[in-house]
Design a protein around this ligand. Sequence first.
Ligand code: PLP
Length: 358
Amino acid sequence: MYKKHNFGAGPCILPSSVMEQAAQSVINWNGMGLSILEVSHRSPEFEDVVLKTQLLVRGLLSVPDHYSVLFLQGGASTQFAMVPMNFLAAGKKASYLDTGYFAQKAIKEAKLFGDVEVVASSKDRNYAYIPGQFNIDPQSAYIHYTSNNTIEGTEIFDFSATGVPVICDMSSDIFSRKIDVSNFDLIYAGAQKNMGPAGMTLVIAKNEFLDRAKKEIPSMMDYQVFRDNMSMYNTPPVFSIYVAMLNLLWLKDQGGVSGIEQKNIEKAKLLYAEIDRNPLFYGTAEVEHRSRMNVTFLAVNKDAETQFLAFAANMGIVGIRGYRTVGGFRASLYNALPLSSVEVLVNAMVDFERIYSD
Ligand code: PLP
């Protein structure tokens, strides 16, 4: 079998048609007799790629005109620091919702720049839910959310109005479902789940909010510098941007974000139904906060865990071992994972139940 059923949480799950085009571009891009890896990022051909990729992002997410679309580097982890460096001044306060491992990392970085108020946390139950009720100080510089908690398998579906600027880490669910960009002042996402290869970070930000950023910050950490230089202040991650463009074209062919959202709902429904039916397994996240992208579940009997991993591996299923803080299994159902792979996993669970119970 050439292709495994890859349920890994990242990096870079892409459709095979995109992988094939990407492979070709490394050898001879656009018939230019050059690899995409050696073409100048200042060439009109590559500037065209950047422009097209930005337009695809705008089209697929219906980004309003008064927002900028930026391609940065350093992953979402750099955004954990870049956000407060730009928007949180000493003596001021920012609000954070603590929904898991990556939210905590964002909180840790923000504390280097000003006061951080954690408005609510689901740590008390190992982050198995999204806190519902909390107050946000109207004086806060912003509220920070993590829309999809990749490790804990929870997702925020309702972003209520808050009265302060809203910043959201959408690394693991951007492009998987419709969002209303105008509800956010700044969205960031490491590309490597649903957008393209690791190496680029997408930022979508309201211009008026960017205008308010602090001025005395290093150029590479300054959103305005990237906005003023068409995301090419320095050498951009050429290959990552190019492959993201190919992948977004693929997404457009799937009926765009609303088309893929329907498929993602179907995949998640199928797998959660089996987790709820099969007496050997149970889900870790509260039902109404279950993520469609990262499905976390445990085996009722601990000894069944290693056995199921081996059983599934025999069927070409890879990447389902859960993160150590949650344990058990995590099946990531990113855009490029076909429904047929979820069917293979569900069948493996059904077969395993029969064999294990004998
Ligand atoms: N935030 C979320 C929700 C993630 O899932 C990840 C990585 O998986 C990160 C942040 C960190 O991203 P990066 O590795 O691009 O720094």
